[in-house]
Structures are given as structure tokens and as C-alpha cells.
Design a protein around this ligand. Sequence first.
Ligand code: SAM
Length: 217
Amino acid sequence: WTQTTTPTFNRDNALKMNDIARTVFAPIYPVIARNAVAVTGVDRGVCLELGSGPAMLSIAMARQAPQMKVIAFDFSVDAGQIAMDNIREAQLSDRIRTAAGDVHAMPFEDGYVDLIVSRGSMFFWDDLKSAFREIYRVLAPGGCTYIGGGFGSLELREKVVAEMLKRNPAWDCYAKKKTDGDGAGRFGKMFRKLGCDDSYRIIDDETGFWVVLSKSA
Ligand code: SAM
């Protein structure tokens, strides 16, 4: 895999994301991991985190679901290196591995993954339809996704937004902006085209905006 450097996802921004993820955002990952397992009911097998950045959600997933092996997947090699440091520091190198690549063409076999989680990455993907075609392909029968964005709870959201605005008054809560007004309808149309519209639901509440797509066993 050759490093993909976009103006948005350069090394500098990967380091900034790591700083935020380890401080202001730190409390949200365990809550999102708990929500992901509660909503999907999947807590064993292989968990894949898409657009994992510093891999804080992967770490939280490994702790939440001790029977799962986790893959932290991101197209940025810089993010992958930062993720590896965090995984080592969390002493979870035996259960979490990093992998580099693009969500639109993933290096995994059909049906390889039981649970796919992702936060704050989907809003940057170039082509949601081809990304979700890939996601459905790598999902195992009986598998499920928890993909979207948010802060896990209303209380955490308010805390994080207040702290981020204190740090930077121009901070843009992309998770809100990018999902407002286009949720369920847009995904319904897309999943109909992909032929998997009978097995998805959209959560749009205080936990965030999440696409829960399941593949029948
Ligand atoms: N999920 C992490 C978190 O919440 O802490 C990081 C979120 S960061 C805003 C978005 C991440 O998605 C970046 O690390 C970026 O490299 C990754 N990303 C964006 N588009 C991607 C794609 N097409 N394939 C793989 N990773 C992607």
C-alpha cells in the first residue's frame, strides 16, 4: 500500500486527530464500543474498524468484546503508525492489528468480518455506494455494521462540543453538518440499488448517526 496523502489526511492532521482522540474525545470511544455491541449483538469473531485513525475505537472494541480480534484499517500510513503506538501502549498488540487500504477496495476476503465499526470517517468517503458494496462483501453471514459518527451520548456530545469550541471557536462539528437532513432516505435508495435494503436501519439520535446493516446468516 502506498501512502495516500490528501490535504485533509496528511501526517500533521493524523497527529492532531491523535491528540484530540487521546484527550477531549477519549471518553466517547468506550461508550460507542458498548453501543456498537448492544445494537448489533455481535461480540465475537473479527471486528474491523474503518478509517480508524489513532485506533481508539479499535482499542475500546477489544476491551468491550474480549473474544474479538480487531483490525484497525485506514488509508493513511501515518495514522497506521500512530495507531500501532497506541495499540502497543494499551498492551493489545496480540488482539489488534493495523491494515492499510481504502474502504472502496478492501484487502479482505468475502465474508471475512463479523462486525464493522467506524466513527467520523464515512463523511469523507468519495463514493458511499461503492464503499457499502465493499462493506457488504466483506461482511460474514450473520455479521453487522455500526458505521457513522457521533459522541455516544447527549451528555458526552455536549461536553466534547463545548471543549472543542473552547479550544477553537471555528471548530466545525462535521458529524452534525454532514448528516443533517439526508439520513434514512439517501441510504434507503442506495441499499435498494445494492440489493440489501431489507436488512438495514438508521439510528439518528443522541448516540449519533449510525448505519446498521446486517447480512442474513
Ligand atoms: N475514526 C477515528 C476516530 O474517530 O478517532 C478517526 C476519525 S478521522 C476524522 C477520519 C479517518 O478516516 C482518517 O484517519 C482518515 O485517514 C480515514 N479515511 C478517510 N477516508 C478513508 C478511506 N477512503 N479509506 C480508509 N480510510 C479513510
